[in-house]
Ligand binder design. Structure first.
Ligand SMILES: Cc1cc2nc3c(=O)[nH]c(=O)nc-3n(C[C@H](O)[C@H](O)[C@H](O)COP(=O)(O)OP(=O)(O)OC[C@H]3O[C@@H](n4cnc5c(N)ncnc54)[C@H](O)[C@@H]3O)c2cc1C
Length: 465
């Protein structure tokens, strides 16, 4: 058996493991061993459907991803470029080869399954040879798999499927050879939105698309989710979000205010959303999706057979030539929150959107602080459960974290210059009247927002009687 010694064993080389390691070696001289069962870094992006793109600008996902250009043509015109899945995969391979491995501080073991601890040492096994490697870890194990993504290409549909049904993943959709007798897209998340948009873009008439959406989502508008030169619109958005949080009388009123100010909008303007997962759409994309009028809201699919679809609250007909697209994988997993800095490991979780930013902050805190209680104070987990009311909790924890970071001059400095934080570039726009107004509104509402959200959170989750 091979044996290794290292400071950090990072399990998982997806966006979180990569961002953590990238920042850790920038901030320290630590030695790192990375293990992933896939051959390449980048996690779920390696199996993503071919028409996937980042929701947000590339600049807010990878430290060196993209060229910071604003698109001039196409559906994203006027907004910062958004990387395709292929660009994200290429990016992580480049970061691994040219930065992490080239630093001499990192060793990467792909095609390797982490097995677990064994008497103070950790083991992983090659998926090709079965060879076991034992690792002695001097500092920490970093679990970058805890919020591992679940995607249609690799999950099992959560409903029964008869043998003669045409059910495909979004990945398989692009390989269809026999024309379909209509399409049914199952799921209400970003993958389903992308799939419906792709079908429309490829000439499928809206009347031939049926969309099963058990619960409708809130979405954010792309015009707000910008950075660098367009950061004033983001600052306005943050300030309106905070104003809504400070003034909301109750939970429904919070969402009414978010909608009225455009901070969050329903996917379908006529249906009150029940979920929030942070999906971002442009106005044109949302209008386009609204052309699909055959939306089935009868709960989740239980069984798919050749002539009907059985749902929680009813049945709808289908036929063997009809193509069903499974977009039901959860995307973001939401296991119970646990302390990021535990006695035996660092567990990477959402602290703030997006996950690479959370992982980079975690690495910075690990490299610059000694005490675990202090590290956990600065990095409280902030899970995204998918329920709309979770947006209250998420907002509260984000505001508290930001308040704590503001008290730490080095962190404030690091956050302002961190390329994957949304507010990068703000320092160049302090004389912009929109930014000044936004900063005043933020200052005025920050403390009242925290106090009011505490109250709203109680209303949203009444204590059991
Ligand atoms: C389709 C889709 C689109 C998305 N789009 C966006 C977006 O536009 N913007 C955004 O901010 N977020 C987006 N997300 C959220 C996304 O989850 C994160 O951006 C991020 O990619 C998640 O990275 P991760 O490292 O946490 O998980 P993963 O990408 O799942 O990586 C976990 C890694 O751990 C490895 N692993 C697991 N167990 C073991 C083991 N025992 N041994 C060895 N290796 C193991 C896996 O092989 C995997 O490579 C999207 C998610 C999905 C599913």
């Amino acid at each position: 058996m091979r044996t290794l010694e290292t400071d950090y064993l990072v399990v998982g080389a997806g966006a979180s493991g990569m961002a953590f390691t990238d920042t850790l070696i920038d901030e320290s001289d630590a030695d790192v061993v990375m293990v992933d069962r896939r051959t390449n870094p980048g996690g779920h992006w390696n199996d993503a459907y071919p028409f996937v793109r980042l929701h947000q600008p590339s600049a807010v996902y990878g430290k060196r991803l993209g060229n910071d250009e604003i698109d001039e043509v196409g559906p994203n015109a006027g907004f910062y470029e958004r990387a395709t899945g292929a660009e994200i995969r290429g990016y992580y391979r480049r970061v691994l080869d040219e930065e992490l491995l080239a630093s001499g501080q990192v060793r990467f073991f792909g095609m390797s399954n982490y097995i677990g601890p064994d008497g103070g040492r950790h083991r992983f096994e090659s998926r090709l040879t079965g060879e076991t490697t034992e690792v002695q870890v001097r500092r920490r194990v970093v679990d970058a798999t805890y919020v591992e993504s679940s995607i249609p290409a690799t999950h099992t549909p959560p409903f029964d499927v008869d043998a003669d049904v045409r059910l495909v993943t979004p990945n398989e959709l692009v390989d269809l050879t026999d024309p379909a007798d209509g399409f049914t897209v199952i799921g209400a998340g970003k993958t389903a939105m992308d799939t419906c948009g792709w079908l429309l873009d490829h000439g499928v008439p809206p009347a031939e698309i049926r969309w099963i959406r058990p619960r409708d989502p809130w979405i954010h508008q792309r015009r707000h989710m910008q950075t660098l030169e367009l950061v004033p619109s983001l600052m306005e958005w943050i300030s309106l979000w905070m104003e809504a949080a400070a003034n909301a009388e109750d939970v429904p009123d919070f969402f009414r205010r978010l909608e009225a100010s455009g901070v969050a909008v329903p996917l379908d303007p006529e249906i009150e959303p029940e979920t929030w997962r942070g999906a971002i759409l442009s106005k044109d994309e949302r209008d386009d999706l609204h052309r699909i009028r055959n939306v089935i809201r009868k709960g989740h699919v239980q069984r798919l057979s050749s002539d009907r679809i059985v749902l929680d609250d009813g049945t709808v007909p289908t036929d063997p030539q009809h193509v069903h697209v499974d977009c039901t994988a959860h995307g973001l997993k939401t296991p119970p929150a646990r302390p990021v800095f535990g006695p035996d490991r660092i567990t990477l979780q959402y602290i703030i959107f997006p996950i690479p930013f959370s992982a980079a902050i975690t690495a910075y805190v690990e490299a610059t602080r000694d005490d675990d209680a202090e590290k956990n104070r600065l990095c409280p987990p902030n899970p995204v459960t998918g329920d709309a009311e979770n947006f209250i909790r998420y907002t509260l924890i984000s505001l508290r974290s930001r308040a704590a970071w503001r008290e730490e001059p080095d962190m404030e400095e690091c956050l302002q210059h961190c390329r994957i934080g949304f507010v990068q570039g703000i320092g160049d726009h302090l004389d912009d009247p929109r930014v000044q107004d936004a900063l005043e509104r933020i200052e005025e509402h920050r403390e009242p927002a925290i106090a009011n959200l505490e109250r709203l959170r109680e209303l949203a989750t009444p204590s059991p009687s």
